[in-house]
Ligand binder design. Sequence first.
Ligand code: GUN
Ligand code: ZN
Length: 439
Amino acid sequence: MPRQVYRAALFHLLDDPAQTRAPLDGYFADGALMVEDGHVVRAGPWAEIGPTLPPGTAVERFDNALIVPGFVDAHVHYPQLDIIASPAPHLMDWLDTHTFPSELRFADRAVADEAAAFFLDELLRHGTTTALVYATVHKASVDALFTAAKTRNMRIVSGKVLMDRNAPDGLRDTAETGRHESEDLIRAWHGKGRLTYAVTPRFVVTSTEAQLAGAGRLVKDHPGVLMHTHLAENHEEIAEVRRLFPDCADYLGVCEKFGLVTDRSVFAHCLHLSESEWRRMGAAGSAIAFCPTSNLFLGSGLFDAAKAHEHHVPVGLGTDVGGGTSLSLLQTMNEAFKVGQLRRQMQSPFQLFYLATLGGAKALRLDSHIGNFAPGKEADFLVLDLAATPLLERRTAYANAPAELLFALAMLGDDRAVARTYVAGALAHSRLDNRPSAK
Ligand code: GUN
Ligand code: ZN
């Protein structure tokens, strides 16, 4: 691919805004992103980059737009698209009533292929270029997702769900088959192109000790893979874990017992952790996917971002669809902000964009590849349309500081604001074919 330059306002985070006093070092009101062979060459002010360009360099300019890194969804279930917006009193009811029946259909490869293609196209339409994704217990559901991701050249992390108890017929494997099928999938997909494998026990409620031990062995035998599971989301779930694992002091202790708490582990939710669990999670270097729309929809609880910060636990933002109610990371930032407000932990717009980009990339251990526009990173980026809706246009026009503009986007934006999505430098989604103008 030849060198290409994109000109518009541009924002990316060079570091965690909680660690730096200058989050605006990555903001340029008139910015430029230079891309070559699917990678970032440089990002900065147009006034510096423009004059250095050889005559004839292709420049695409976007008015009233903001270029940002592609969003990272740190926790989402592709087989749950058909049951999004299904109400239940709480998590355990929701799983039995809506989720498990829907996941049963993924035994059929054709169902999985159709859903995987729809899901990834929806991610791109919402500006998500990387995701950590639950498939189902069926091996073919992972083949379907990775096949579709490879076609689109997306950075997708996924794995076969392990569950050998407390699930209906047709949704259970065994400790043995679960481990062998995971091994087969790791061999077939891990590290191929932009794909990463995640060993995925659903949650400890649905796995026997033998299966959890097998998961721990998989993680140990394949140092590059991630471990992905749910943890401490709901009080009924936690009571069940106590009943099933009476010899373990707490929920995290069950995962520790089987070698599942490492610096390549991602735990979704973590709403009800003790001080000791927070401390141990921080010491292990494990990451959390904060899923505000799901936590509010299922009435699960309010994530404590201050605790994560105190214990240096990396945090990404997850939609958790179908427990979550939107695939939009902008809408997820909106709900993350409101959760923070209920905890009297007000988040800055920089923190919100960090969670959805570089923070998510760090949580998934992919920040050497994606998350911002550091030279050499893969060119996954978005062109956000500041005039996507009349209200967004009006509010962003009235903003007189970058922080105000970013905050308005996080509160008012959704898929309509994603004018273009680029994956490794290639256009993957566009809503504004008639808008770009020449330099
Ligand atoms: N815990 C176990 N399975 C699930 C799931 O599918 N969604 C959510 N939100 N929590 C879970
Ligand atoms: Zn989930």
